[in-house]
Design a protein around this ligand. Structure first.
Ligand code: NOJ
Length: 523
């Protein structure tokens, strides 16, 4: 049996709004991606994951979908989508699209109908409407329970007629009622719609949260672990993925699904990976780990162990559209200036040497930092808005990509156009154009590492990994002919045996400098 493509895939996350703007409206679009497929092929990734490009008022960057079967005009048309998939496939790239089943936009026709319909109606039964609870003062009312929105504030909003609706995220993202067969049927049809158009897989948003406990009890008084109970990873959620798996299996080609599953425990994670459920789940452990060999080793061991009983391959992530870019996370404000780039490159060698698949986030191949000083009035993340600026939000990792030129919009948009988020003046040296011909650039390093990984996999890399003894600040492991050595300390360490294949900074003889990594080969 051949290995399914996703098991070892390097998947590149495209935040569609910020990748490439072809029509000059300051926002990325599908034609923009199509025009840049050469960059992705040359980079050497296997697949693209496109964040939502569906019709949306963009209250949460497109994770608030108003029409699941169409492209938002600012991102293009269905014809553009078909052309993109066809071209991507011609470039040898698979295409994964995001599916957002936990909630719709408040502009979705279903929610509009629900607002216009009375309590207890079929229209309201597609969402989660509940009566409130008596409040403290006379005539006052509290929400049905104490569940918080992940973006701050309560997860309930009261309508003028007195009913409350649930939204685990922004007010504009009402949660669907997955106990309603009509909702299940609708999403199965949506999956078929995109599978028929040739997508290779789905990334499932909030995959653990679809089915809520019907008692809608308060979280207060529960232990942290039990607090997930009424909302996440309820047993009923698995029936949904079994049905989805049957649909995926019914299509030609290897179609897959990866769930965005945040869980407290490996047992819970493994349930999603049963053979009749999802092919993969995101394992966010590396993304959450500090710059420390011991921490990396612990999370890598745990992540591998978590999927072991399931037979699924682990997945690895350093950055995404939801988190501070890892380059910036690895800064050492009081320490060595510029060390973050050395660390980010070293982290790539760790990521790509681990068994399983790696999810890259656009711009990390250019060594982009988080943009920390966006003007307040430019910020758009609902987290920023709902917290009245108390929480900085995720806009800093969503700044458009710099392609070429010396100033904004750096080839992201046509000249003279202002991108939807301002781009830093210091990015002239980080453009694809500036890095392309420079063998010492981060882009060249990413290309080299990805090409070498591809070659090593083609020659045969075992999925099993053997940890080797290492000094305290370092981690060493071996997969057949490949040994990966990462030194998170500031001082050099002696390398394990092997001939260097790729190194993030020059070695001193058999010494690996601090904040560096090397791949070695042993016959
Ligand atoms: C996870 C997505 O990655 C994030 O961007 C979004 O805000 C939430 N889910 C809600 O859809």
């Amino acid at each position: 049996m051949t290995t399914p493509w996703w098991r070892n895939a390097v998947v590149y996350e495209i935040y569609v709004r910020s990748f490439a703007d072809s029509d000059g409206d300051g926002e990325g679009d599908l034609q923009g991606i199509r025009s840049r497929l050469g960059h992705l092929r040359d980079l050497g990734v296997d697949a693209l994951w496109l964040t939502p490009f569906y019709t949306s008022p963009l209250a949460d960057g497109g994770y608030d979908v108003a029409d699941y079967r169409d492209v938002d005009p600012r991102f293009g048309t269905l014809d553009d989508f078909d052309a993109l998939v066809a071209d991507a496939h011609d470039h040898g790239l698979r295409v994964i699209v995001d599916i957002v089943p936990n909630h719709t936009s408040d502009r979705h026709p279903w929610f509009r109908q629900a607002l216009a319909a009375p309590s207890g109606s079929r229209e309201r039964a597609r969402y989660i409407f509940r009566p409130g609870k008596p409040g403290q003062g006379p005539g006052e009312e509290d929400p049905p329970n104490d569940w918080p929105s992940a973006f701050g504030g309560p997860a309930w909003t009261r309508l003028p007629d007195g009913e409350w609706y649930l939204h685990l995220y922004a007010t504009e993202q009402p949660d669907l009622n997955w106990r309603n067969p009509e909702v299940r049927h609708e999403f199965e049809e949506i999956l078929r719609f995109w599978l028929d158009r040739g997508v290779d897989g789905f990334r499932i948003d909030v995959a653990a949260g679809l089915v809520k406990d019907e008692s809608f009890g308060d979280l207060a008084g529960r232990s942290r672990r039990a607090a997930n109970g009424p909302i996440y990873s309820r047993p009923e959620v698995h029936e949904i993925y079994r049905a989805w798996r049957r649909i995926l299996n019914g299509y030609e080609g290897e179609r897959m699904a990866i769930g965005e599953v945040w869980t407290d425990g490996p047992e819970d994670l493994a349930l999603y990976l049963r053979p009749d459920e999802l092919h993969q789940v995101f394992q966010f452990d590396l993304q959450l780990a500090p710059w420390s060999a011991a921490a990396f080793q612990d999370v890598a061991k745990a992540a591998i162990k978590a999927v072991e009983p399931t037979g699924a391959a682990p997945t690895w992530v350093l950055s995404s559209h939801d988190s501070v870019r890892h380059l910036t996370r690895y800064e050492q404000p009081e320490g060595i200036p510029g060390v973050e780039l050395a660390r980010a490159r070293a982290a790539l060698l760790l990521l790509l040497a681990l068994p399983g698949s790696a999810y890259l986030y656009q711009g990390e191949e250019l060594g982009l930092p988080e943009v920390v000083d966006l003007p307040d009035d430019a910020r758009q993340d609902p987290i920023w808005k709902r917290s009245d600026g108390g929480q900085i939000g995720r806009d800093g990792c969503r700044v458009p990509l710099p392609w070429s030129g010396k100033a904004e919009p750096y080839g992201f948009s046509p000249k003279g156009v202002r991108p939807w988020l301002p781009m830093p003046a210091e990015w002239a040296s980080l453009t694809v154009e500036a890095q392309e011909g420079d063998p010492a650039s981060t882009l060249s390093f990413y290309r080299e590492a990805l090409a070498l990984r591809r070659r090593l996999l083609a020659e045969g890399l075992p999925e099993d990994l053997e940890w080797l003894d290492s000094p305290e600040t370092a981690l060493f492991f071996r997969r057949g002919p490949l040994t990966c050595a990462l030194n998170c300390g500031d001082n050099p360490v002696r390398l394990p045996a092997g001939r260097p294949l790729l190194t993030t900074i020059p070695l001193y003889g058999d010494l690996l400098p601090g904040n560096a990594a090397t791949w070695l080969t042993t016959p």
